[in-house]
Design a protein around this ligand. Sequence first.
Ligand SMILES: [Zn+2]
Length: 291
Amino acid sequence: MDDSKRIQNIKVLMYHRVLAEKPKKVSQWHYVTLAEFRKQMQMIERLGFTPITFADYQLFLEGKLTLPQRPIIITFDDGYLDTLENAIPVLLELNMRAVIFVMGNRNLNYAGWDQLDEPEECPLMSDDQIRSVQEMGFEIGAHSLNHVSLTDLTEGEIAYEVYRSKEILENIIEKPILTFSYPYGCVDERVTKVVSNSGFLFGCGVFTGSAMFSETMMDFRRLAVNQYTSFLKFLITLILPYQYIEWAYYNVKNRLKTPAQLDHQEDLRTQSTNGNSKDSNFDMHKIFNSH
Ligand SMILES: [Zn+2]
């Protein structure tokens, strides 16, 4: 396969927690069990994929590295302690590398940002642990300071979350941080602009970017792997061009959603303007054009 085709088809997987055992009650977290994770990584190896990092990809762009025959990128969000304790030993055993996105706010010892029960069950990695993960050859990326949805913030607030997280984490690992992962996958043009202006080379979203790898360098689309991913689905994700299937699915879903949203807006407007249909039609036209 020639280089450009190979690159277009690179898949980026997104993991969160890797738990030693299945939680006793329904989990609020996105996780896979250690046994599932091991099986998934073994399958990646068996199918001939070689995990690379975004830093490797940058070296490739600079002409300093040749990409393996079947590259794939494995990412972990949030910087959980279980990434270090459960996922990394498996990855090291199989000689695999990954990209790990950690929080810039170093006072966050637990993943308590969603105000879920028992955040203390979700410890995050310490500075020293992040440093040691980096030294083992894993890429450390930034995941904002406080895990807030950046699209809800003002430009100044976005800049603070993005730039400060880069600065703080670079001080810890004493290396440039190249890649940013958007909390909750929330990203728009304002956000990508700030991330790019802050010196990041790559941005990772979830559902928004192009299905084609590297077409949107500031919004790489990722394929989520969690407790809802059966082994069959994982296999399909690897074997088929699943990123294109998901892309098409979300596109259709959004298109179907649009008329309902418009109806809703129309209802609200009708209430506030006592049914002035001329104004409503004008706004409808504007909304259609903006989609
Ligand atoms: Zn996150």
